[in-house]
Design a protein around this ligand. Structure first.
Ligand SMILES: NC(=O)c1ccc[n+]([C@@H]2O[C@H](COP(=O)([O-])OP(=O)(O)OC[C@H]3O[C@@H](n4cnc5c(N)ncnc54)[C@H](OP(=O)(O)O)[C@@H]3O)[C@@H](O)[C@H]2O)c1
Length: 254
């Protein structure tokens, strides 16, 4: 039921952070990978690590806000593997930690454009393939910020973008469930990747505030998300549509 060996997975933002952990986890579970991001050196490093573990992998340097670049990568993936079974719609830009009144419109638009429009562009391009196949698993990356506003940090555009990801997850799910496509999302709490490490180092009070609000009493490690990822990527979640699954150490309980 949880077996994904031989499936083709398309992972955005796989050059570092959670996306890299996801790509490696899917590869170790037997999936063939197509990985994307903008930074060539980091992306090729992920590709090398996958290949060193005997995983099939191709990579594309892509900005997810560029529809043509995303479509080219989708076409390349289909040409190489013949299909796409899993989309991990993970790439996003981090929050801009500035009070709303000091945030420029360009800064606001950058987050909105990358996180909402970029995610839609990827879902649409891969979704077209899945609609034809009449099967597929789309896993969007939301956040606790899709439901709550994080205490101790600014960045409303990020919170709004993740609320939109929750909405997009339900909207696409309602359209594509009829084609055997499951569109769901993971809503992580605080995980120790570059953006959070930077925020916490700059502002130890924010780290303290965030930690106090987590019932589990600890920050998440990227590997804590892998079980939910594999569940949503596999047949085990075939009757799950439009769900947004928190993996947050209980942050949203309080
Ligand atoms: N870490 C957390 O605690 C946490 C919590 C909740 C939700 N999330 C969500 O989880 C996902 C991954 O977060 P993370 O912490 O791993 O972030 P990260 O370490 O900053 O990684 C972001 C990834 O997205 C790529 N990316 C950014 N903008 C892109 C663009 N325009 N086109 C293509 N790729 C782009 C980056 O690669 P390049 O720079 O090479 O393009 C990188 O691979 C995001 O959706 C984030 O919002 C994270």
């Amino acid at each position: 039921m949880f077996d994904i060996s031989g499936k083709v997975a398309f992972v955005t933002g796989a050059s570092k952070g959670l996306g890299k952990v996801f790509a490696l986890a899917l590869g170790r579970a037997g999936a063939k990978l197509c990985i994307l991001s903008r930074t060539e050196t980091d992306l090729r490093q992920t590709e090398r690590e996958l290949k060193s573990e005997a995983c099939d992998c191709i990579s594309y340097i892509v900005d997810i806000t560029d529809e043509q670049e995303v479509e080219n990568a989708v076409a390349g993936c289909v040409e190489k593997y013949g299909r796409i079974d899993i989309l991990v719609n993970n790439a996003a830009t981090a929050r801009i930690n500035k009070p709303a009144e000091e945030t420029s419109l360009d800064e606001w638009k950058h987050v909105i454009d990358t996180n909402i429009n970029g995610s839609f562009i990827c879902a649409k391009a891969v979704g077209k393939v899945m609609v034809k196949q009449k099967s597929g698993k789309i896993i969007n990356m939301s956040s606790i910020s899709g439901k709550i506003i994080n205490k101790g940090v600014h960045g409303g555009s990020y919170d709004v973008s993740k609320q939109a990801i929750d909405g997009m997850t339900r909207a696409l799910s309602s359209e594509w469930a009829q084609y055997g496509i499951n569109v769901n999302a993971i809503a992580p709490g605080y995980f120790m990747t570059d953006p959070n490490i930077m925020f916490f180092e700059k502002d130890p009070d924010f780290y303290k505030t965030a930690l106090e609000l987590i019932p589990a009493g600890k920050m998440g490690q990227p590997e804590d998300l892998v079980g939910t990822l594999l569940y949503l990527a596999s047949d085990a979640s075939d009757y799950v549509h439009g769900a947004i699954i928190p993996v947050d150490g209980g942050y949203m309980i309080w």
